[in-house]
Design a protein around this ligand. Structure first.
Ligand code: 13P
Length: 252
């Protein structure tokens, strides 16, 4: 059985007070435990990670960072290393988000380095990829996704994928209110899984969780999650409200 995952990417939202409130609400709702093989992850901003790991220690809620630098340390003003994350109890990092690619110039090559650093430091990676609207309109979406996934991940060894989760986030669906249809999500997830079958074999391909992200809401979550190759969601806006996030968790 593949793990089912609902992860909330808080982006640059929630100060400490607001984070406290949201964490409290989520913890309360998941305190009765989750189904086996189901995980709930939250990704607050760096400054609130320490608080979040302490507060969720005894709960089923896990904590991820939204980014990480590829170097182990040194003169990189403003950056955060894998070791710093691990030492405060963060074992998961989101890499390759389209906002990092677009606004911070993160390339596939850089992301391959970040992935290597995460793997070397035993951090689980939620690796994001997805096409732009123009790629989909021109019918290039499969080629774009194939290239993103291969360049950042396909140098890894089979066993490394135990610590990798994939997240398909079509850029045109992020924060736009426009969701990929469940069929579009399924089609891309199956395509990506097939890439893994071809290079890493069935066992690895069938074990890797592929999340969908892009305007997932309580109203559409269940239908999207019902698709066979959709193993959960990476949630932005709807992860910022306890009741919406909890409703999405309940849809998995
Ligand atoms: P929205 O759910 O706000 O569209 O954001 C999705 C996302 O980018 C999660 O990483």
């Amino acid at each position: 059985m593949r793990q089912k995952i609902v992860a909330g990417n808080w982006k640059m939202n929630k100060n400490l007070e607001e984070a406290k409130e949201l964490i409290k609400g989520i913890k309360k709702e998941v305190k009765n435990g989750l189904a086996e093989d189901t995980r709930v992850i939250i990704a607050p901003s760096f400054v609130n990670l320490n608080y979040a790991t302490k507060k969720t220690k005894k709960s089923a809620v896990e904590v991820a960072a939204q980014n990480m630098h590829q170097a182990t340390g040194g003169a990189f003003t403003g950056e955060v290393s894998a070791d710093m994350l691990k030492k405060i109890g963060v074992d998961i990092v989101i890499l390759g988000h389209s906002e990092r690619r677009e606004y911070f110039g993160e390339t596939d090559e850089l992301l391959a380095e970040k992935v290597n650093t995460a793997v070397a430091n035993n951090l689980e990676v939620i690796f994001c990829f997805g096409e732009l609207l123009e790629d989909r309109k021109s019918g290039n979406h499969f080629a774009v996704v194939e290239s993103q996934v291969k360049k950042a991940l396909f140098h890894l060894k089979n066993e490394d994928f135990k610590n990798i989760v994939l997240a398909y986030e079509p850029v045109w669906a992020i924060g736009t209110g426009e969701t990929a249809t469940p069929e579009q999500a399924q089609e891309m997830h199956a395509f990506v899984r097939e890439l893994f079958v071809n290079v890493y074999g069935n066992e690895t391909a069938n074990a890797i969780s592929i999340l969908y992200g892009g305007s997932v809401k309580p109203a559409n979550a269940e239908e999207i999650f019902s698709k066979p190759d959709v193993d959960g969601g990476l949630i932005g806006g709807a992860a910022l409200k306890t009741e919406d996030f909890v409703a999405i968790i309940k849809s998995i």
